[in-house]
Design a binder for this molecule. Structure first.
Ligand SMILES: [Zn+2]
Length: 482
């Protein structure tokens, strides 16, 4: 019998820091500017131009390190990573190599029903390269264009240990990591624009073997779904190779989203010798302990801590806490819950009607037209018994569209629940008279007819009878001898 194999996966994630300007010059980092409009002698690598490190970029990198439990190094060194490529005008990339900004740390993930801690190796700072444009020009068949706007944009590279064992774990790790970086404001999480990119190192080995198999690196996978697919494909491919007695080649592979396969980009023989050496134009980066502590004090609550707080202090289920923190509606929820004094109802409305409406209309969370206090007002009307939950669901889209308060809409449209005992009793008696046969069945012991009769009473009241009152009165009338 052939041995069974396990996958070993490590991720390298490049995250663009959300600074207004580039890492070593004052050019703008704004996405979508006209090609080569955000450039200067520094980021174009003109002779004599000197880099000046962006202080905000360092602060953001330190915040990312703190959020991921890394140890921020008091001294780190920028180095030159030398290679020739058209998108790299200096002929080298400034990156940290032997002495990175931060070491260690990690992240707890839950995948396939199991919680595991995935360790990080390091976080280092570096500059981005320009962007080669292979498509979209009349002569794209024969020429490649280069846009240097991205050249010198600040990045952190986050390198994990090879601690993941499945595509599901890798994609969960990347999801959690993105959530953290976005929540602390250091990265915008936009994979389509390339401000968050992921490379995966994948190898396989027989279960029980300690030494690692030969790895292949899958480059630049630009969505969670593709990351999952690319890793699964790569695991299957490698198991196929080794189980037939072959050897996995160490190489860089690209994922093709149209075929769902990876294919070889360059082999190890073609790999670069980067000839790293310390960048002579930049002093060592010194990050004092008090700077780290100042940044630590300014850090917002992390997603995991917030989820736990929602469960313990609002008493809402884990599931709700997860949806609320991941949807970007956590702040909104807290305001509704606070104003309504009913966290579970707040959670139901925010996760349910509100989130669904936002998704249907493609509205961003930042542009919610409905104030949290207004939604709290709707919840309060339900809690006071003024309207039923069913009526509230009709009121919600009207509030959303008009910005009017729930109380206004309920008053203007006469939607208030009818809790007038004599009025409801009148309807109950009318329903009983019109359904004499069903009433007889109920009295003969057929309990299940009760639901039908309640439905008729509610219908008779145009949905406005207080359901509790309708229930109680109907029961009283049915149980009393006729
Ligand atoms: Zn510049």
């Amino acid at each position: 019998m052939s041995p069974s194999y396990e996958a070993v996966i490590g991720l390298e994630i490049h995250a663009q820091l959300r600074t207004a300007t580039k890492i070593f010059c004052g050019c703008s980092t704004a996405f979508g500017a006209a090609p080569n409009s955000e450039v200067c002698p520094v980021c174009l690598g003109q002779p004599g131009a000197l880099p000046v490190l962006n202080r905000q970029a360092v602060d953001y990198a330190v915040m990312a390190a703190l959020a991921l439990g890394c140890e921020v190094q008091r001294e780190s060194i920028f180095a030159r990573k030398n290679y020739f490529y058209p998108d790299l005008p200096k002929g080298y990339q400034i990156s940290q190599y032997e002495r990175p900004l931060a070491l260690g740390g990690g992240l707890e993930i839950t995948a396939d029903g199991q919680s595991r801690f995935i360790r990080l190796t390091r976080i280092h700072m570096e500059e981005d390269a320009g962007k080669s444009l292979h498509e979209g020009f009349r002569d794209s068949e024969t020429r490649t264009y280069v846009d240097y706007n991205r050249s010198g944009v600040p990045l952190i590279e986050i390198v994990s240990e090879p601690d993941m064992r499945s595509a599901a774990e890798a994609s969960e790790f990347f999801t959690r990591l993105r959530e953290i970086l976005v929540s602390i404001g250091v990265n915008d999480g936009n994979m389509e624009e390339g401000s968050l990119r992921c490379d995966a190192n994948v190898s396989v080995r027989p279960v029980g073997q300690e030494t690692l198999g030969t790895k292949a690196e899958v480059k630049n996978v630009n969505s969670f779904r593709y990351l999952h697919k690319a890793i699964e494909y790569e695991i299957d491919r490698q198991i196929e190779v080794v189980s037939k007695g072959g050897r996995v080649v160490q190489e860089t592979r690209l994922f093709d989203s149209s075929t769902g396969r990876t294919h070889s980009m360059r082999s190890k023989e073609e790999a670069h010798d980067y000839r790293y050496f310390p960048e002579p134009d930049l002093p060592p980066l010194l990050v004092a302990a008090d700077r780290v502590e100042r940044l630590r004090a300014r850090m917002p609550e992390l997603p995991q801590a917030r989820r736990q707080r929602f469960v313990t202090s609002y008493g809402i289920p884990d599931y709700d806490a997860g949806v609320l923190t991941q949807s970007g509606l956590a702040d909104y929820f807290e305001q509704v819950a606070g104003a309504a004094g009913n966290p579970k109802a707040a959670s139901n409305w925010v996760m349910g009607e509100l989130l669904r409406t936002l998704n249907e209309r493609g509205t961003a969370v930042a542009d919610v037209p409905l104030q949290p206090a207004a939604l709290a007002g709707l919840i309060a009307l339900v809690d006071k018994g003024t309207i039923s939950n069913a009526i509230a669901k009709d009121v919600f889209p009207k509030m959303y569209a008009s910005g009017r308060s729930a109380a206004d809409i309920v008053a203007a449209e006469g939607l208030a629940q009818n809790s007038d005992e004599s009025a409801v009793l009148e309807i109950v008696r009318a329903v009983m008279a019109a359904n004499a046969e069903t009433v007889a069945q109920y009295r003969a012991g057929s309990q299940k007819t009760f639901g039908f009769l309640v439905g008729q009473v509610m219908k008779g009241s145009g949905g406005k009878a207080n359901p509790k009152l309708a229930n109680a009165l109907l029961k009283r009338e049915l149980d009393s001898p006729s």
